[in-house]
Every structure is written in structure tokens, then in C-alpha cells.
Design a protein around this ligand. Structure first.
Ligand SMILES: C[S@@+](CC[C@H](N)C(=O)[O-])C[C@H]1O[C@@H](n2cnc3c(N)ncnc32)[C@H](O)[C@@H]1O
Length: 621
């Protein structure tokens, strides 16, 4: 299966080879098709190789050669299909797509549709993709189908039969299923064709000041993200380790000192230690600091295992009367009484460990145990209590949960200890990155970071996510202070009015559009950007001249206005003294961070799921 553009690239390669007897280089392909980067040319080559049109000849400068054509078939593209709200089913053949017979099987008739919308993103079907459909009128439970409902409205969904009805299920956790008594099936999806061309075109067609380059090689779809100590604790919007590592390897070198100014749970810092960079991490959420320290401090695995086994022995023997129940507001709202007793015994046993680093490391598994045994919905980043019957039945095996996490974490630490570069160091600072945190001016070789996506009220509430853990593991002198964290983070306090001096046309345009609908939301957005601008200034101060600052950011929707945070950062940063050298767009595979913007107040009208993010590459002048 190859798309129009891929066919053009293949034709070019064939012609070139006929003329020169060797293949064109990636640079030549890039030049010929005016591609954004060599990696895009490489993307086309690998697609042609995957489809069997080119041979794989690795590690040679002009590493392609054509193969004998496979049996291909031309499939008509009959129009668009909604992966979102159903749209009128219209079949107007406009183009065709060529794919090899092997890819769809010999049976049946096929057609293709362009996808509109994001309701199937967890199935790997994105806006702009093309789906190949095998015509059929029946489907099995769970198949992704073209379904026509309500008098000719077509939609792409997973089909289930339930209690005599049909459920059309979106593959997107923020959207609701559609139930109908009758559904007409017009076929099942047999092939998904990612459409790099249309996305590149969309990204570049407007007359923008900056250019976004979509690069699928940054997706790391299906790769393991929990190696070493990366998986020891959940944290919202964590870095994919592969992205962190690639940025570090591209923009810094061994022995350099790097900084993550919003280090969160410390993913970039773990990668730094693994590839021999010294690292500073800064964050304003105390639980994040606790996790980042535990993740980056090597501990002898044998010693750790010994302490863990002794701990399991001790916890059995602790009597109810020996425990100290924590005292914070609403504890009985979030935990059942018998869970509180078990957690308190476990905590007492961990606190008896003399070695503080081992104690803290096992506290990380305890913190996860707190979350899983509480009455909260564990799939949410905000604190939401499970309802009625489900809560009644909730009877968590506290020690079992702890053991599962502790043992997984010890295995992760064993790998981390083995692979970490012994003479690199990590320093983690609890502080506000919009202020001077004591890092010397012009001392850092590279900054890589991922800022929050927006204010905590409408995006991720890092403080709220961390609250119960922080209260149980005594992170605050007064555990009730844990409720205040979100107010201090970027955008935590809305501005009084909408006047400002930030030098960004993109921001001005977004604020105007949002303010027309909801002034309060516009103030949240402004407050976030004022804080972010201060962070950019501090980053400028600590970075050495000519060195790189990479930010992984999401362009969120507020009141249906897409805020181009990547362009806003580029504009603000250029005013401060950076040059924006690149904006790379990557897909976020899987369900890492659905963002529900409930303030719309329309049932079912959830504003977005972010499925792309931008990597903004800045260089200090
Ligand atoms: C997207 S998360 C970073 C996640 C991190 N990359 C990881 O892998 O865990 C953003 C972080 O910014 C932190 N943050 C928000 N405002 C801050 C500020 N003013 N100063 C420092 N950190 C802040 C939040 O606490 C949160 O941990």
C-alpha cells in the first residue's frame, strides 16, 4: 500500500537508478520533493521498504534498491468518514490508492475513506488517515466498522451488541459511546494508512511565522517506556524516555551538565544518568521532587532486597494498637477504616528502616499503594471518589499491592544500578522555575523539559494528583498544606485583568478569541503564559551561549480555540534572546494524557484529547 506521494518518490528513485545505476541519497530525495528534513525522506524510504517496493540494505550511503513489483490493486477513495460526530454518508469516488494484494487479502471488495476527527485515536486511527474497508454487512463484536445510523449518518466506531441494542464505541477515553436499536454496517476496517503528506501540508500551508515538521520517527509507538526506574511511580504527562534520550544525545554530549526546569518525576534526569550527563532538576511539586530523587539515586540491589524482606516480616507483627493514624482532613472520605490501619502498619515498618535512601525508595511503592487502595478512581489524574456500590465492594489487598509494586521497583533499580554512569551526578531542587534557584548564570550546557500544558484547573492538576500520597508520606509538616500545591504552579492564579506586555501575536490572537466567549478562561491562559515567560528568562540566564533549550509542549484547546503554545514559546523566546531552530511535531501514541475541559458545561462536549505535541528547539544567541 503506498500513497500518491510515496508513488512519486518511488518513481523518482526508479528514474534516478535507470540514469545513474545507483540510488539517490536521502538529501537528494529531500531536495527533489522540498521535504522539511532528511528524516522525512527516510520516512518515505522506510514506508516503501515496509510495503515491499524497495529492498532493505542497511548502513550503506545510498541504501535502497527497487524490487520486482508485487501484485498491486487500486482502491477507490470514496470520501470522508467521521471518527467523531457522524456525518452524512456520501460516496463520491475522487482518488485511488495503490496497495499490494498481500496487505488486504484476496477475498472481498474494498474501498477507502479519509478519516475526520479523533474518536478512534486509541486504535491508532488519526485525523487525516486513510482507512481501507472490506465491504460486508455484518461484523463481529469489537470490530471497527463503518456504521450508518439515523438515516444516512456514517461514523467509524467499534461495534458491540448488548442487550438487544448496538453500542458504537469510540476508541478515545474522553468520548461517550452511541447506542442505537438499529445500525447498518457498511464494512470493516482492514488497513490503516497514516497520512504524513496531508498532515505536513496542513502544518505548513498557512502563512505562518514558524514551520512545524511532522516527524513520525519521534513517535516511539509500542516501545517500552518503563525500563530502569522509569516505571516506579505513575506521574501525569511523563516524558517518553526515548524522546528525552534522543534530545539529550542530539543537543548535549557526555560529561555535560543539563537541566530539566519542570522535572516532574524525573524521567529526563534518569536518562541523563544513564548516558553520562550531570543533571539539575527543578520542580515546585514536593511529591515530584521526592520521586525524582528516588528514581535517580542508585541503591545496591542486594541491600535493598534484604531490607525489603525484613520489612515484610516486620509488618506482619505490628499490632493495631501500635500504629499512628495520620491526621488530615477528609481521610475517612478517601480511605476505608481497615485500609487506614493496614497502610499505617506498612508505613511504620518502612519508617523503621535506618538507611534513608532505602526507606525513601520503598516509600515510593507505598505511595502507589496509597493511591490504589484509596477510594479514588485510579484511572484519573484528578481526585474523584468511586461511587456507591463499587465503593462498598472495594476491599483492596494493601500488602499485596505493595509487594507487587515494591518487587517491580526493585527489579527496575537493579537495572538502573547496572547501567547508570557512575561518575555522573543529579541535583534536584524544590523551587519555582520562574525565579532564580541558585543555578549559576551561563553554566548549563542544555535544557530539556516539558512544561505543564496549562493551568491546573482545566488540564492536569499535579498537586491534586499527588495529594493523598504526599499526606501519607509526610511530605509536608502540616499534611493539609498538600491541598495548596496547584495554586503555586504555572497558571495557578488567574490574572486580575487581561492587560499584559507579553510580546507574542499568537498569544494576543488566542486571548482575544477566548475572551469573547469566557473572560475568566482567558485570564487563566494569560496567567500561565506570564509565568512561562518568566521561566524562559531564567532558562536564558542559566544556559551557556549558543547552547540548546528544548521544550516538549502541547497545543491545547480552550473554548474550541487552539492555542499554538509552540509558536507562542518561539515568539516569547526570540524576544528574550533565543533563536527558534526547529519545531518538530510528534504523535502521542496510546492514552497518555486525555484532557477533559469540563468548564464547557455541555454534557458530552469534552474539549479535547491531545494526540500530538511539539518539540520546540531553541538556541541561545
Ligand atoms: C509535564 S510535567 C513534567 C513531567 C516530567 N517530564 C516527567 O517525566 O515526569 C510539568 C511539571 O511542571 C511542574 N511545575 C509547574 N509549575 C512549575 C513552576 N513554576 N516551577 C517548577 N515546576 C513547575 C509541575 O509540578 C509538573 O511536575
Amino acid at each position: 500500500m503506498i500513497t500518491k506521494k510515496q508513488t512519486q518518490v518511488l518513481d523518482f528513485i526508479k528514474l534516478y537508478m535507470a540514469k545513474h545505476s545507483y540510488a539517490p541519497s536521502l538529501e537528494e530525495i529531500k531536495k527533489k520533493f522540498k521535504l522539511a528534513s532528511v528524516s522525512t525522506a527516510h520516512y518515505y524510504i522506510s514506508k516503501l521498504q515496509d510495503a515491499g517496493f524497495l529492498n532493505k540494505e542497511h548502513n550503506q550511503p545510498r541504501a535502497v534498491s527497487t524490487v520486482k513489483a508485487k501484485q498491486t490493486v487500486e482502491i477507490p477513495i470514496l470520501g470522508a468518514i467521521a471518527a467523531g460526530q457522524p456525518i452524512e454518508a456520501m460516496e463520491i469516488p475522487d482518488e485511488t490508492i495503490t496497495i499490494t494484494r498481500d496487505e488486504i487479502g484476496k477475498q472481498g471488495k474494498h474501498y477507502a475513506l479519509r478519516v475526520q476527527g479523533s474518536s478512534m485515536i486509541d486504535e491508532g486511527i488519526f485525523d487525516g488517515d486513510i482507512v481501507v474497508i472490506r465491504k460486508q454487512e455484518v461484523a463481529e463484536n469489537g470490530q471497527t466498522v463503518v456504521a450508518v445510523i439515523d438515516d444516512n449518518q456514517a461514523t467509524l466506531k467499534k461495534l458491540y451488541r448488548e442487550n438487544g441494542k448496538f453500542r458504537l464505541q469510540p476508541a478515545n477515553p474522553t468520548l461517550f459511546p452511541i447506542y442505537r436499536d438499529e445500525v447498518e454496517v457498511r464494512g470493516v476496517v482492514v488497513k490503516i494508512i497514516r497520512n504524513l503528506e496531508s498532515q505536513l501540508d496542513q502544518g505548513q500551508s498557512r502563512d505562518e511565522k514558524y514551520v512545524r515538521k511532522i516527524d513520525y520517527s519521534w513517535d516511539y509507538r509500542g516501545e517500552k517506556t518503563k525500563s530502569h526506574t522509569h516505571g516506579i511511580h505513575t506521574y501525569p504527562a511523563m516524558f517518553i524516555p526515548q524522546v528525552g534520550r534522543r534530545l539529550l544525545e542530539t543537543y548535549s554530549k557526555e560529561g555535560d551538565t543539563i537541566c530539566d526546569i519542570f522535572c516532574g518525576s524525573g524521567s529526563a534526569l534518569v536518562e541523563s544518568r544513564l548516558i553520562g550527563r550531570n543533571a539539575y532538576g527543578i520542580d515546585l511539586n514536593p511529591l515530584a521532587i521526592f520521586l525524582a530523587k528516588a528514581k535517580t539515586t542508585p541503591i545496591n540491589p542486594q541491600k535493598l532486597t534484604r531490607e525489603y524482606i525484613a520489612l515484610l516480616d516486620r509488618v506482619e507483627k505490628i499490632k493495631d494498637k501500635e500504629i499512628q493514624r495520620p491526621d488530615f482532613n477528609n481521610i475517612n472520605f478517601w480511605f476505608k477504616d481497615k485500609v487506614i490501619v493496614k497502610l499505617a502498619k506498612l508505613k511504620k515498618a518502612i519508617r523503621e528502616i535506618k538507611d534513608e535512601t532505602i526507606q525513601n525508595f520503598l516509600m515510593v511503592a507505598f505511595s502507589e499503594t496509597v493511591r490504589y487502595s484509596s477510594n479514588t478512581k485510579t484511572g484519573e489524574f484528578k481526585l474523584v471518589r468511586v461511587k456507591g456500590d463499587k465503593r462498598e465492594k472495594h476491599d483492596p489487598d494493601v500488602i499485596g499491592i505493595f509487594r507487587k509494586h515494591a518487587e517491580k521497583n526493585i527489579a527496575g533499580m537493579t537495572d538502573f544500578c547496572r547501567d547508570t554512569k557512575k561518575d555522573s551526578w543529579t541535583k534536584i531542587i524544590y523551587g519555582d522555575s520562574s525565579k532564580d534557584n541558585g543555578i549559576k548564570a551561563n553554566s548549563i550546557d542544555c535544557i530539556i523539559t516539558s512544561p505543564p500544558y496549562g493551568d491546573s484547573r482545566t488540564t492536569v492538576a499535579y498537586g491534586q494528583f499527588s495529594r493523598l500520597s504526599a499526606q501519607w508520606i509526610d511530605i509536608f509538616d502540616d499534611p493539609n498544606d498538600a491541598s495548596g500545591v496547584d495554586n503555586d504552579l504555572l497558571g495557578g492564579r488567574a490574572t486580575k485583568n487581561l492587560t499584559h506586555t507579553l510580546s507574542s501575536d499568537y498569544l494576543k490572537e488566542s486571548l482575544e478569541k477566548i475572551a469573547k466567549q469566557d473572560e475568566a478562561r482567558a485570564k487563566d491562559v494569560l496567567s500561565f503564559n506570564i509565568g512561562l515567560n518568566e521561566c524562559l528568562k531564567q532558562a536564558y540566564r542559566i544556559l551557556k551561549p549558543r547552547k540548546y533549550f528544548c521544550l516538549v509542549v502541547g497545543n491545547r484547546l480552550v473554548k474550541q480555540v487552539r492555542i499554538p503554545t509552540d509558536f507562542i514559546i518561539a515568539e516569547l523566546a526570540e524576544k528574550i534572546g533565543f533563536t527558534c531552530e526547529d519545531i518538530i511535531v510528534r504523535n502521542i501514541p496510546g492514552k497518555r494524557m486525555p484532557i477533559k475541559n469540563s468548564p464547557t458545561n455541555i454534557v458530552g462536549a469534552l474539549e479535547e484529547t491531545m494526540n500530538k505535541e511539539s518539540i520546540v528547539v531553541l538556541r541561545k544567541n
